[in-house]
Design a protein around this ligand. Structure first.
Ligand SMILES: [Zn+2]
Length: 389
């Protein structure tokens, strides 16, 4: 490794918890956030790589400008006159990958120069209610946040104000910070149409509501469940990231979010198709619903396109996720009724296995004892099949 790069990669960022008791679950969630940020900001692939001398001068510029917290690509380029314009994107990418800055080209020109400052912004938001004075916000705002994970922008500002004083850099840069948090899958901006006009953000890791079967659930048309079965390890934080990513794919309505389920709606031409995404111990499950009685059947071109969108998103997320996240796509058998969120590991049949079976209604390969149980291969593949009709 070139000498001048050594000091760049030997660094650490602190992520500590406010001094208070936390549940094991909360500690695990925070650990996942920490690991993911570390994963995103480090890349061992650069170790041992030779980089141009001028590139390493850029480290000094980052250090000098760090107090600005955020800068833009254009501004930084002004300070780096000896660097070629064409290679500037590569330089930013390099310093992002070794963990000195945060820069995502698709988010526009903003560059976060102080990662510790960024991590702290989120750390303050997930603070415990009793560590912020009661006058900070209304009871309703707090309840909504600590029950459902919906934080109003005003509460977010107030927490930061109480933690570090009025007019903080977080308040100043709030609108620049949000896209980075969304990109990292830690919160999502809610559609103001459904939040009584006040700007709200959804922080999935703060949601404590458990999804339970509602009365109207039985009257809906429901697709069979499509499962992404994670063979060795399914971190709950991965589900949170998927939920945040789905905000860009589907419509949302308030109160459709639980700690283990998120309910989305299609774009205007598929408005009546509802997409339910759930997590259990081993699987991410997808089910599509339509209301009954109004001639609004499930349309297979919709269910298939929903599958493709989610499948692509999961593939994309697992690329940047730490550890072993090997998964298979398939279906829990339908021998017994199954409610979304219900554990399905023992009933899981992979799509590959199903495709290898030559008959249309084979006996269930999981419930072998009872030979009456059949798998509706045709229906499963028609609704969820990957190939175009
Ligand atoms: Zn079965």
């Amino acid at each position: 490794m070139p000498e001048n790069i050594k000091n760049i990669v030997c660094k650490h960022f602190e992520m500590e918890l406010p001094p208070q008791e936390r549940s094991q679950k909360e500690l695990q969630d925070l650990e996942e956030v920490r690991r993911f940020i570390a994963k995103t900001t480090e890349s061992l692939s650069h170790w041992g790589e030779k980089i141009p001398k001028q590139w390493s001068d850029f480290e000094q510029i980052i250090r000098e400008k760090q107090k600005l917290k955020i800068s833009s690509r254009v501004e930084l380029q002004k300070f780096s006159k000896n660097l070629l314009k064409d290679e500037f994107d590569d330089i930013l990418k390099f310093y992002h990958e070794i963990g000195m800055i945060l820069y995502f080209r698709d988010l526009g020109p903003d560059v976060i120069l102080d990662i510790q400052w960024f991590v702290d912004a989120f750390k303050y938001i997930i603070t415990d209610r009793k560590h912020v004075s009661t006058e900070t916000a209304t009871h309703d705002d707090w309840d909504q946040y600590f029950d459902c994970g919906m934080i109003t922008e005003s509460l977010m500002r107030k927490i930061w104000e109480e933690k570090i004083g009025k007019g903080s850099s977080y308040e100043k840069y709030l609108f620049k910070l949000i896209p980075f948090m969304e990109k990292l899958g830690i919160l999502a901006k809610m559609d103001q149409k459904y939040t009584q006009g006040s700007q709200c953000y959804y922080v999935p890791s703060m949601n404590k509501m458990h999804f339970e079967k509602k009365e109207h659930w039985t009257t809906l048309n429901k697709s069979p469940i499509l499962s992404f079965y994670f063979k060795s390890y399914l971190p709950h934080f991965f589900f949170f990231r998927l939920v945040v990513a789905c905000f860009a794919l589907f419509y949302t309505k308030d109160k459709s979010f639980y700690k283990n389920v998120a309910i989305f709606h299609g774009t205007h031409e598929v408005e009546y198709h509802t997409v339910v995404i759930a997590v259990n111990k081993t699987s991410i499950q997808i089910q599509v619903l339509t209301p009954t009685g109004n001639d609004l059947p499930l349309r297979k071109e919709r269910t298939r396109s929903i599958r493709l969108k989610i499948e692509e998103t999961i593939a994309d997320l697992t690329k940047t996720f730490h550890g072993n996240v090997d998964y298979e796509i398939g279906f829990p058998c339908q021998c017994e009724p199954i409610f979304i969120t219900q554990e399905d590991e023992k009933r899981f049949i992979s799509e590959e296995e199903l495709l290898r079976i030559s008959t249309e209604d084979p006996p269930c390969p999981r419930c072998k004892i009872d030979s009456d149980k059949r798998i509706n291969k045709k229906e499963l593949l028609e609704i969820w099949g990957k190939e175009k009709k």
